[in-house]
Write a protein that binds this ligand. Structure first.
Ligand SMILES: C[S@@+](CC[C@H](N)C(=O)[O-])C[C@H]1O[C@@H](n2cnc3c(N)ncnc32)[C@H](O)[C@@H]1O
Length: 263
């Protein structure tokens, strides 16, 4: 899979090319990264990429022209017809990034590797005319504001890359949060007893069915604080009668705990 990133800070991306799972997948050739600095698409001596906002107000706004030239260069460089490169801008007012969207991007499209061009904003943001004409979608990584789009772009790339076949050594992606519609439950490792706390007995029982049932129940418990995820799992038929029974039990326990707290 190919990623092109338009950024004023290309060196930041060493965080994902040089470390961990994304680095290994990069070395294996599962994904490639090319950065494009908007300053290389300017015509003035100062290599200006931003200017004051019309209407006044604080901060600066990234200009449309250098970003547009960068997108055009990416389209030429990718050697595909324009539609094959999907241009995604990162911004707090974008559509929230989800596991489902990440998995779509990781899939091959029409037998071809997907190609994403990510646009990292800085300052107060990007001239809307560029977003309206050159960008296919705007994505947010959460309801908070960061100083630039680079960390968001890296979060997106990391999430997509680990879904590419061969990126993970084990099939662990199939047991992770969201795959079953639920969040992941707790994990334990050695020693079996640590500072007076024992690992749950079932995990050392060697009984695979009991362990699977315990993990499912703990995943349900972990998802209790996210009713929208439970509702979605229910709507998609991912909750069994056993799950529903466990959820009712958790709700009763919660109500009982609430009463105890008030006493
Ligand atoms: C300081 S922010 C701009 C904030 C913008 N004026 C606002 O109030 O929403 C600069 C850049 O950081 C990136 N950014 C910040 N927070 C983000 C988030 N939650 N998701 C994705 N990108 C974000 C965007 O690329 C944005 O253009």
């Amino acid at each position: 899979m190919r990623f092109d990133v338009i950024t004023l800070f290309p060196a930041m991306f060493a965080a994902i090319t040089d470390h961990g799972i994304t680095s290994r997948a990069h070395e294996l050739g599962l994904w490639s990264l090319k950065t494009w600095n908007p300053r290389d698409f300017t015509a003035d001596a100062h290599r200006t990429v931003d200017d004051r906002p019309y209407g006044g107000g604080p901060g600066m706004v990234m200009m449309a022209e250098p970003l547009t030239l960068a997108v055009e260069a990416i389209r030429r460089d990718s050697g595909r017809d324009g539609g094959a490169v999907r241009v995604v801008a990162l911004a707090p007012n974008g559509t929230p990034l989800t596991d489902a969207r990440v998995r779509q991007w990781a899939q091959r499209q029409d037998g071809q590797q997907a190609s994403l061009a990510l646009v990292c904003g800085r300052y107060e943001g990007i001239d809307q005319r560029f977003l309206d004409t050159c960008v296919d979608e705007v994505v947010s990584v959460g309801d908070f504001v960061m100083s630039g789009g680079e960390i968001s772009a890296m979060a997106l790339i990391d999430a997509v890359v680990r879904q590419l076949p061969g990126a993970l050594k084990e099939a662990s992606a199939e047991e992770e949060s969201f795959v079953t519609g639920l969040l992941d439950g707790p994990h334990y490792t050695r020693p079996e007893s640590w500072r007076g706390q024992d690992v749950p007995a079932v995990l050392v029982s060697g009984h695979h069915a009991d362990i699977a049932a315990w993990r499912r129940r703990e995943a349900l418990r972990a998802t209790l604080g996210r009713p929208e995820l439970l509702e979605q799992a229910r709507a998609q038929g991912q909750l069994s009668a056993r799950d529903e029974k466990d959820l009712r039990e958790f709700a009763q326990q919660g109500a009982a705990d609430g009463v105890r707290c008030m006493q």
